[in-house]
Design a binder for this molecule. Structure first.
Ligand code: NAG
Length: 117
């Protein structure tokens, strides 16, 4: 009987947060408008379905961190998985490469912006 009560208690205490399993982020890199050389635009890195919530997102221009980026507040969806969006105003120039660097669980990963510029 004692064991049973304990099991029930542990089950209740552990319910919502522990349901979320470790999960790698899904990342989309895109721009608000169609990519065009010399045209003002916004570069967006949309990161979803990750857990735990600690994450680092950098927007890169030719492998350099872009200044002036804004990040949304950490929010969670169903099942305690988190999502975040980081964006920065930019004007792509010929020969420039853009990417989003997402570091989760200590592992950095680069996602390239596929523009038709
Ligand atoms: C990506 O971010 C991680 C963590 O900040 C950093 O260690 C790594 O050098 C970055 N990679 C690039 C290509 O900037």
């Amino acid at each position: 009987m004692k064991t049973f009560v304990c099991a029930v208690l542990v089950g209740l205490l552990c319910l919502p947060p522990s349901q979320a399993k470790q999960s790698s982020p899904k990342v989309q890199v895109y721009s608000r408008l169609q990519g065009e050389v010399g045209k003002e635009n916004t570069l967006i890195c949309h990161v979803t379905e990750f857990h735990p919530p600690e994450i680092n997102i950098e927007l890169l221009r030719n492998s350099q961190v872009m200044a002036g980026a804004h990040q949304t507040d950490l929010a969670f969806e169903k099942d305690w998985y988190y999502h975040l969006t980081k964006h920065v105003p930019f004007t792509p120039q010929k020969g420039e490469a853009f990417a989003c660097n997402v570091t989760h669980m200590g592992i950095p990963k680069i996602y390239i912006w596929e523009a038709d510029v």
